[in-house]
Design a protein around this ligand. Structure first.
Ligand SMILES: [Ca+2]
Ligand SMILES: [Ca+2]
Length: 301
């Protein structure tokens, strides 16, 4: 196992949420083998492997041809797979973070669109036991790629950084989360990715309804699983309730293709557990539908 700095080893902190699975998930197979990490064929800022995960075309900047690039759509919280009247979209600051895995490495891409640039960028890692937050400078040893893109809106700029971390940071944990917070044009934004082992497969849990997991600070995700407060405003990770663990029981209800499996929450509760910490926002409600994405099964070794 690769050696990793203590601050990041400790990072994936709290998250007292476990997922139990009822039903059977078939590991999904897809032909990701032709893609290489950190390659962005169409130059839109989204690596080919990330586009493979998202279902966008790695060889087209604007998959749905609505005038906004796939990357800008993620930052604008619109759907890069659905044509929208982008002339009606008011330019706004946005933060997007996503990850993909290849071999023994996972790649975390963070990008922000703003007028004045991103400041106070911080990263948090959380697991059942703890949360650890560091400023962006502490993650610099893992930096694999930085980039800048011009926005389709004059006066707005897209900043981007991609980090390469040992996959063991996630795969050794039953569940974990990565959160990014930043100040964009004076407003705090955050993005979170939540991973959990489902039948021994590390899967990413995302919010349904076509949402690709974005948060722009003014979005208000409903349902789903998140270690952040679900309210808008991009609140940072917080320790939540001590000595509790969120237990979600999921029932697989459908294979959505592309590595995605839909689950229905059949049980959701915060339960007492010594030394565990339950994020306020991690509890779903019964009958919520969440999406698990088999990132390792799709793109792993
Ligand atoms: Ca691309
Ligand atoms: Ca679109």
């Amino acid at each position: 196992m690769r050696k990793q700095p203590a601050y990041f080893a400790a990072l994936l902190g709290v998250l007292g949420f476990w997922v139990c699975l009822d039903g059977v998930q078939q590991p999904l197979q897809a032909a990701a083998g032709t893609y290489a990490a950190l390659v962005d064929t169409d130059g839109d800022g989204l690596d080919d492997l990330l586009e493979f995960r998202l279902g966008t075309n790695p060889e087209a900047v604007d998959t749905d041809a609505d005038g906004l690039s796939d990357h800008e759509e993620l930052l604008a919280a619109t759907d890069p797979l659905v044509w929208e009247d982008t002339s009606q979209i008011t330019p706004a600051a946005g933060l997007y973070a996503d990850l993909y895995a290849l071999g023994d490495t996972f790649y975390l891409m963070v990008s922000a669109v703003s007028q004045s640039g991103a400041t106070a960028v911080k990263y948090s890692l959380a697991n059942q036991q703890r949360i650890f937050t560091v400023p962006a400078v502490a993650a610099r040893p893992f930096l694999a790629k930085v980039d800048q893109h011009s926005s389709s809106n004059s006066g707005w700029n897209i900043q981007q950084a991609t980090y390469a971390f040992p996959l063991s940071m996630l795969s050794n944990q039953p569940s974990s989360a990565i959160a990014v917070t930043a100040i964009l044009d004076g407003v705090q934004f955050s993005q979170t990715r939540v991973m959990t082992k489902v039948d021994y497969i590390l899967s990413e849990i995302r919010i349904p309804s076509g949402d690709l997991g974005r948060s722009t600070g003014n979005g208000d995700p409903v349902g789903g699983i998140s270690p952040l407060e679900p309210a808008g405003g991009g609140e940072p990770p917080h320790p939540g309730s001590a000595d509790e663990v969120c237990v979600q029981t999921l029932e697989a209800i459908g294979n959505m293709g592309g590595g995605r499996v839909a689950y229905r929450v059949v049980e959701a509760a915060c339960m007492p557990m010594a030394s565990a910490i339950c994020f306020t926002g991690c509890a779903t409600s019964v009958e919520d539908i969440i999406i698990g994405i088999d990132i390792i099964g799709l793109l792993g070794d």
